[in-house]
Design a binder for this molecule. Structure first.
Ligand code: NAD
Length: 281
């Protein structure tokens, strides 16, 4: 089994991005800027935001953290997003999800200018993705595609089974893999017999958010297995794949942590840089 170490791959990609940004600065351009909005004190969200800020710093992206109170009024978030939309030094805006229930995440995401949508969640970017038009791609699916590319895994003709159909992972990764020539099955909570599908898959993308859902006996010998899940069990991070069992049958496997997570952050940085180029051309 070849371990797909996303931390190493993302480090190399971040390094290349840092060099490009250094060159831009040498030429007298301003630094790229990412505004990160986080609402409330959810420890997981704060830890993700911290990781994203640290990564920005490493590559030379200026980041501004806007930490709003749990009970913030919608109008205050709307004002902030509108202000950031108008700010010429801000290339990307990220609203860390989930947000408190009294706020409407779809509405707020779609208020972010589609040209500052660093996460690729805006309805216009998602529509363009499904129409195969140029767009900012959602970070996690983009990161998974970069990982597959780095390991020279050609998905053309593969039977790919995706577990999960969310707007941020399952559904868009289905689109991207289909574009590359894979045959797609998307499984979800209502799927009658999950293992019947996974057992015949050449590629499994596990993004259900269920600890160790995918067991060894559900995976075909030689399959490529990408574990997107991040679950906290007894204070430990575990994925959606039973790593210890599946490692004996998979040809390629991502670990959790240090798999898809760092690739998602790299994709966010690359998206921010893409927006920066759009704004400074
Ligand atoms: P979500 O809750 O929005 O969607 C989960 C999907 O899985 C749903 O479509 C649901 O129908 C399906 N599902 C749930 N249980 C299932 C089961 N037993 N069998 C088949 N399908 C099932 O979650 P999400 O936002 O798509 O995230 C999924 C997981 O990926 C979470 O653990 C999340 O923390 C993680 N995640 C990781 C990264 C990363 O960078 N590594 C990024 C985003 C999300």
């Amino acid at each position: 089994m070849i371990l797909m170490n996303g931390r190493d791959v993302s480090k190399a990609r971040n390094h290349r991005l840092k060099e490009r940004i250094s060159k831009d600065l040498e030429q007298g351009k301003r630094a790229p800027g990412l505004a990160i909005i986080v609402i409330g004190d959810d420890p997981a969200s704060l830890s993700y935001v911290k990781g994203k800020g640290k990564a920005c710093k490493l590559v030379g992206i200026r980041h501004d953290l806007h930490h709003l109170h749990e009970s913030v009024e919608e109008s205050e978030v709307v004002d902030l997003i509108q202000r950031l939309n108008q700010d010429d030094t801000v290339d990307g805006i990220l609203l860390q999800l989930p947000i408190p229930r009294h706020l409407d995440d779809r509405k707020l995401i779609n208020l972010i200018s589609k040209d500052k949508d660093a996460d690729g969640f805006h309805v216009i970017n998602q529509g363009n993705l499904y129409q195969k038009m140029p767009c900012i791609k959602p970070a996690t699916p983009k990161g998974i595609m970069s990982l597959l590319e780095t390991f020279e895994i050609d998905v053309k003709g593969m039977d790919a089974v995706i577990i999960g159909r969310s707007n941020i992972v399952g559904f868009p990764i289905a689109r991207l893999l289909m574009d590359q020539g894979a045959t797609i099955t998307v499984c979800h909570r209502q799927t009658k017999d999950l293992s019947m599908h996974t057992k015949r898959a050449d590629l499994i993308i596990a993004s259900a958010g269920k600890p160790e859902l995918v067991k060894k006996d559900m995976v075909k010998e030689g399959a490529v297995v990408i574990d997107v899940g991040i679950n906290r069990v007894d204070g430990k991070l575990v994925g959606d794949v039973d790593f210890e069992g599946v490692k004996d049958v998979a040809s390629y496997l991502t670990p959790v942590p240090r798999g898809v997570g760092p690739m998602t952050i790299n994709a966010l940085l690359e998206n921010t840089y893409e927006l920066y180029l759009m704004h400074t051309r």
